[in-house]
Ligand binder design. Structure first.
Ligand SMILES: Cc1ncc(C[n+]2csc(CCOP(=O)(O)OP(=O)(O)O)c2C)c(N)n1
Length: 291
């Protein structure tokens, strides 16, 4: 029997992860501009992790998003949809020109992520705290099918305040789900202010360790560190679920947005979008050689 064809084009591409991350940020800003506002700071912050997920770690077929052998990427935080759309566009799963429809009537890119609307969107988000439980179900199901696929679940530090997250974490550890890779975006902010001021979840790593997870904590805006952590998460041989705790900076790559204080839902003035795209590009060009 012929082996399965190569799963995704990124293996053969010579586009760097730094360029992928830059382009994901760019797509997100262009979508934000369509609405004039949105969860832009989160998208800029998590772009490096998405670049590593879609262009280093995951196996999928851009032309066949429902291919059974694919790794599943579950976006628990529906409001981060703009970030995932940007990655899906860069991955070739969603056509780039569709970003102009972002948040509009009949668009496949609604402001909150919905599985029925968007190719590559595995679950519907919105109500926080459900992604990890769904990921446990996906991971158990794939094991029953003897699948080699991984389930990735991106969730936020705000979701650490939800009891359902910890119920899922305990069951994943108890079932020894070695096909589950959790990614928690610790960007330090929530809608109501600094995350640990809302509810103090630190120290975080020992909590997951106590629930029988293989735990790593990295700077989520350091591409090399994220690559190493994802490689270690995939190759770890213990019968444990894996988590990569990613400390990220909201607004990353656009300094004047990084500095905004209330950055959970950004309103950006009409003339600032061009400035944001310009400074993003300047920043990328100035560090490109070192990426
Ligand atoms: C169960 C539930 N409770 C409350 C909300 C309202 N809500 C939407 S986003 C958000 C902040 C969540 O924190 P986080 O995702 O860490 O915020 P961010 O990093 O996006 O600023 C809240 C409380 C919700 N969507 N679901």
């Amino acid at each position: 029997m012929q082996p399965e064809p190569a799963a995704s084009p990124h293996d053969r591409s010579n586009v760097s992860l730094a360029e992928r991350a830059y382009r994901i940020r760019r797509h997100a800003l262009r979508m934000g501009e369509v609405q004039g506002q949105g969860y832009i700071a989160q998208a800029l912050g998590i772009a490096d992790v998405l670049a590593v997920s879609y262009f280093h770690a995951m196996t999928y077929r851009p032309n066949d998003p429902e291919w059974e052998g694919r790794d599943r990427f579950l976006l628990s935080i529906g409001h981060y949809a703009i970030a995932l759309y940007a990655a899906l566009i860069e991955a070739g799963i969603v056509p780039e020109d569709e970003l102009e429809t972002y948040g509009g009537d009949d668009s496949r890119l609604p402001m909150s992520g919905m599985a029925a609307y968007t190719p590559g969107m595995e679950i519907t988000g919105g109500s926080l705290g459900h992604g990890l439980g769904l990921a446990v179900g996906f991971a158990l199901g794939l094991k029953r099918k003897n699948s080699k696929a991984f389930v990735y679940n991106l969730f936020s530090d705000g979701e650490l305040d939800e009891g359902s997250t910890w119920e899922a974490a305990m069951s994943a550890g108890s079932y020894g789900l070695d096909n589950l890779i959790g990614i928690v975006d610790v960007n330090g902010m929530q809608a109501d202010g600094p995350s640990t001021g809302v509810l103090n979840f630190e120290p975080l790593a020992p909590k997951f360790e106590a629930f029988n997870w293989f735990v790593q904590r990295v700077d989520g805006n350091d591409l090399d560190a994220v690559v190493k952590a994802f490689d270690a998460a995939r190759s770890y041989e213990g019968r444990k679920p894996r988590i990569v705790i990613c400390d990220t900076r909201m607004g990353k790559g656009v300094p004047f947005l990084e500095e905004r204080e209330r950055n959970h839902f950004l309103r950006v003035e009409a003339d600032e979008w061009t400035k944001a795209l310009d400074v993003l590009e300047q920043g990328y060009r100035s560090t490109e050689g070192r990426a």
